[in-house]
Design a protein around this ligand. Structure first.
Ligand code: ADP
Ligand code: MG
Length: 246
């Protein structure tokens, strides 16, 4: 359903992604693991076009969009990809001057042009879903990190994206608060939300993912089921990396 082919991305002379091929199955959780600096965040950012890949192709349940140096992007396709993806960041990135409800409503009203009433109903529904109905009127500063991240998840889901991208969603949180975020992500997974989660938490990947891809130096070195990756890896680089889980 979601197919990433030959994605390249460089920053100056630093070639961060060197030809990424990856398929993300609809309704499943795919975990992206790999050492710090391997390009996980850059790949997620390329998938919702926060960064524009230099080369390669993205297929997100629609016609493929191709990237080549010098090629102009079709703005309708760019918009379609942005709307098909929702992003959850390590540091939540909520709007500090908006309430929890306001944060979830914002994109619906400002970007998608929903009426405030319709957006408010949708935002309330989503805050309920992440267990924060009673925090609708709280500002981010009044919320715990775990609560802020749950608001961020609700916000990312607001426009019903086809793919939820999560970049180290639990890394900024104490274990107790991370657990409540994992619980929400697990419930979403149970409902068949298509997710791509970059994480250095190998236990989380092992427990939650249906498919795991191991990224190193800007390429997918190996991918497969959690069992395959964590217990029967073939590539010595994967074996070395996942040893930390044992
Ligand atoms: P990971 O998420 O796996 O830790 P990143 O994708 O954040 O890896 O980073 C991969 C490499 O890309 C790093 O060397 C990082 O410094 C570089 N990088 C990421 N974003 C930028 C940017 N906007 N400008 C320059 N270099 C960047
Ligand atoms: Mg990262």
């Amino acid at each position: 359903m979601i197919r990433v082919s030959g994605i390249h991305k460089r920053f100056g002379t630093n070639e961060v992604l060197r030809g990424i091929d990856l398929e993300v199955r609809k309704g499943a959780v795919t975990a992206l693991i790999g050492p710090s600096g391997s390009g996980k965040s850059t790949l997620l950012r390329c998938l919702n076009l926060l960064e524009v890949p230099d080369r390669g192709q993205l297929e997100l349940d629609g016609p493929p969009i191709r990237f080549e140096p010098g090629r102009r992007l079709d703005s309708r396709q760019v918009l379609a990809i942005r709307r098909s993806t929702g992003m959850v960041f390590q540091n939540f990135q909520l709007f500090p001057h908006r309430t929890a409800l306001g944060n979830v409503m914002e994109g619906l009203v400002v970007v998608l042009g929903w009426t405030p009433e319709t957006a408010r109903a949708r935002a309330s529904e989503l805050l309920g879903k992440v267990g924060l109905a009673e925090k609708a009127d709280s500002y981010p500063a009044m919320l715990s990190g775990g609560q802020q991240q749950r608001v961020a998840i609700a916000r990312a889901l607001a426009a019903s994206p086809k793919l939820l991208l999560c970049d180290e969603p639990t890394s900024a949180l104490d274990p107790e608060l991370a657990a409540e975020v994992v619980e929400v992500l697990g419930a979403l997974a149970g409902e068949g939300t298509t997710m791509l989660i970059a994480t250095h938490d190998l236990r989380l990947a092992d427990r939650m993912a249906h498919h795991v891809a191991f990224l190193q130096d800007g390429v997918v070195v190996e991918e497969g089921s959690p069992d395959r990756l964590f217990r029967q890896a073939a590539d010595p680089r994967t074996i070395r990396f996942v040893r930390t889980l044992a």
